[in-house]
Design a protein around this ligand. Sequence first.
Ligand SMILES: [Zn+2]
Length: 170
Amino acid sequence: MALVKFFHRNMLRSIRRSSCFTSQAACSTSSSVGTAESSDNKESTESLNESTTWDPLKIEELLRAQSAKDMPVEMPNPYEEERVQCILCKYKIHLDYKNPRLLSQFISPYTGRTYGRHITRLCRRQQEILEIEIGKSRDAGYMAIMMKSVQFLKDPKLFDPNDPDRPHNY
Ligand SMILES: [Zn+2]
C-alpha cells in the first residue's frame, strides 16, 4: 500500500512538472486512481484538476498581459502650449513689506506711483499682494510715499515701462 502511495505521489509530481494543460487524460486517470487512495491524495488531485480547468479570469489576465505591448503609450502632449506665468509666480518670489528694495522695482521713479498690471505683467493675485505690501511698507516707514528711494534708482528693471500691454494716458 505504501509503495503504491509513493508511486502515485511521484507520478503527480511528474505531471505537475510537465504541461498540466495538455495532459487532461493523464490527470483524469490519476484522479481515478486517487479515488481509491487516501484523503490527502484526493486533495492533491482536486487541486490538480482545478489548475487544469479553464478559468475565465486567468485567461483574461493572460490576454491582457499579451496585448499590453500593443496598447497606446502614456506620454505628455508634445503640442501643449507653455503656461504663461508672471515673473513672481515663475521664480516663486514672496513679496514682503520688509523688503522695500524689491517693492521699489514696481514703482515709477518719476511719480512714485505703483505701475499698473499692463506694465508689470503680474497676475491679478500678485498685483493685489504687491499693492497691499507697498501700502504696509509705507505705513511702516520702510518706503517713501511720494517718490522712489534714491539708493534703489539704479536697480535693474524687471519690465520696460515704455512697452505696456495697452496704451495709457500718462
Ligand atoms: Zn502670478
